[in-house]
Write a protein that binds this ligand. Structure first.
Ligand SMILES: [Zn+2]
Length: 430
């Protein structure tokens, strides 16, 4: 049975993602350097974190940017800071209708097949999957998971019916990219996170096998985890449940690598929606225990540090930060619509424009900065501004020129945020 899985064993020198990697998005392509600075600080502490600049079609459409600008910003930072380790540019959450414009600039592709979950793949296909994988039926022991999975043919068929179409879509997308870039010349992630219900460990196993069946050498997989992953704010959910699932997912991945010949470096990708600080500790413990790798995406966090840097600069920078908040309030419905499932904003707790107009720099940054122990921290304001980058995009050069004017303060905040609040708790512990 193993012969059907060839993958990177037959590839010569495939592009391989490092064990620890971090997806840093950069809405306006101005923060690559301070972001990379955070990776340099981690490297100095002995932690090798590969930076990946990810930007989705949705972000490009809202900002009016192109994938080439992401690579240009990344390459400029890499050369200025003399970064000699690997880095990548991720075509984030792409689909068959959006992938082509990413080909030139990207060497990492996040195949978003969440929409295909639950779409019929044909009952024959699900049946054929069960016939092909009799090893999944009965009592299935996965090392690292206490209770064996107890499954009937009907269970496996039901799971296969739910996810096979997504795996088939991923295969179509993968082969399309491979035909343009060449085998082994790019990193593949498969994402299933933008959907309603989380995937259980046994579902994840079936998904991985289905991806293996499709011949996709996935190096990262982004399931939907249990709990709320709202934009820009901390995790909301049962932390113990998350930890259990996360550890079981790690066990399932190790099992799938060994048994189905998936790439040796296949690892979980956590699409965090920025700043899920409370899950970092259980993740760090799990990685230390198992030796597994991880990819974490936290794209929006740097844009909020831009705003904090503007506000902290005072004067015109603070004025622009307030202007952006005011406009975000005016356009709240429009800004929130594309993110409706991943924000929980209590509008009654949003300060009015007039109130914010009188704020000092410290009042603005204390409300916005992600410091839950600060009394003035306002997660509602933070979520609104997280999805409010369209307002800044509409300011065009006025915004970009203000970034230039305040860059020293912004850089300090971007680097400190990534290093102190993300890389350190995740990989070093504090
Ligand atoms: Zn995602």
């Amino acid at each position: 049975m193993l012969d059907r899985y060839r993958f990177i064993k037959t590839m010569s020198n495939p592009l391989t993602l490092g064990k620890y990697s971090f997806g840093v998005g950069d809405r306006f392509a101005r923060q690559a350097k301070p972001q990379l600075q955070a990776c340099l600080q981690a490297a100095a502490a002995g932690i090798d974190v590969t930076p990946v600049w990810n930007k989705s079609y949705r972000e490009h459409a809202i900002v009016g940017s192109t994938p080439a600008s992401v690579r240009a910003a990344a390459e400029a930072a890499v050369s200025e800071l003399k970064w000699t380790r690997p880095f990548h540019v991720d075509a984030d959450h792409i689909r068959i209708d959006t992938v082509d414009q990413f080909i030139e600039a990207s060497d990492f592709y996040t195949l978003d097949v969440a929409d295909a979950i639950g779409r019929p793949a044909g009952t024959q296909d699900a049946q054929a999957f069960v016939d092909r994988h009799p090893e999944l039926v009965g009592s299935l022991h996965v090392s690292g998971i206490e209770e064996p999975f107890a499954t009937t043919p009907a269970d496996i068929e039901r799971i296969a019916a739910k996810y096979l179409r997504a795996a088939q879509e991923a295969g179509r997308l993968y082969r399309h990219i491979e035909s343009r870039n060449g085998e082994g010349r790019f990193i593949t992630e498969v994402s299933l996170d933008e959907t309603d219900s989380p995937q259980t460990p046994i579902e994840l196993l079936v998904i991985l096998i289905a991806l293996a069946d499709e011949g996709i050498p996935a190096q990262t997989i982004a399931p939907k985890f249990t709990g709320r992953f709202n934009k820009g704010v901390d995790y909301v959910g049962n932390l113990a449940q998350f930890e259990k699932e996360f550890n079981e997912d790690l066990a399932v991945i190790a099992y799938a690598i060994a048994k189905y010949n998936l790439p040796q470096n296949l690892k979980l990708s956590v699409h965090s929606g920025s700043d899920k600080f409370s899950i970092y500790e259980p993740i760090r413990k799990a990685l230390a225990r198992t030796g597994a790798g991880i990819h974490v995406k936290t794209a929006g966090t740097s844009w909020l540090e831009e705003l904090i840097g503007l506000a902290e600069s005072g004067g015109a920078g603070l004025g622009m930060a307030k202007e952006i908040y005011g406009k975000a309030l005016d356009e709240i419905d429009d800004l929130c619509a594309p993110y409706a499932t991943v924000i929980d904003i209590d509008r009654a707790r949003l300060p009015s424009k007039e109130e914010v107009h009188d704020w000092s720099a410290a009042q603005f940054t204390n409300a916005l900065r992600h410091n839950p122990s600060c009394e003035a921290y306002n997660p509602n304001l933070r979520q609104l501004l997280h999805v409010g980058y369209k307002v800044a995009a509409k300011l065009g050069d006025r915004y970009l020129n203000m970034l230039d004017a305040c860059q020293a303060t912004i850089s300090k905040n971007v680097t400190e945020n990534l290093h102190e609040r993300h890389l350190k708790p995740l990989f070093i512990g504090c």
